[in-house]
Design a protein around this ligand. Sequence first.
Ligand code: HPA
Length: 242
Amino acid sequence: MIGIIGGTHILEIDVLHDVKEKVVETPYGIAEVDLGLIDGIEIVLIQRHGKKQDRPPHRINHAANFYAFKKLGVKYVVGMGSVGCLREEIELPALIVPDDYIDFYSGTTVYNDKLVHVTPGFSENVRKALIIAGKNVPNLIDKGVYFQTRGPRLETKAEIRVIKEWADCVGMTAASEATVAKELKLEYAVVCTMDNYAHGIKDVTIDYEEIRRKAKENADLCLDVVGKAVRVIWDEYINKKY
Ligand code: HPA
């Protein structure tokens, strides 16, 4: 089984065939998952904002979501995210598969009662699968730094002036997901649609409704890459026969 976790992109979209809904109990709380198929491959899908879209970024139960993947036998997880672009020279829409992240604020961990310090990072295996899957996408950026803010509000212009010195895109979830994935020994990487220029990068007003609209517009491209990445992961890492 392969895991997929997404947010705004997959709302109201049927990603899987033959879907069965399941509630998974974990030591961190429950996770709602969909079990189904993509291209004949068994998938566990999680909507990170919840099925009712009522979980803002700072209240997502990342530990429960990723523990549920593990409990269901998933090793590889492909994430989908929506980000703001920190580089004015990049033409939008574009996709980015970040290779590192900064998360100073979330404190997300599964280790609240045990002294463990993992070395964080995205899975190079899943990143490689996403990059192969997106090889025909003209605007796919194959590395870069993801800066995670706590949300739910967007950033101030002054914050973006600082952040842009250190990172290429800004979002609210993927760094937390990468951390708990690593803590639970799961392989996770993310493909993000750059749906807007972050606040103040260009002389335009940004607003959440507009970001959401763009994320929906870019969802098909993102889902296409994810579907192909699932096939690469299955063929290259799981079902390899030699
Ligand atoms: N900031 C933070 N998160 C985001 C943005 C942004 O500009 N766009 C999409 N997700």
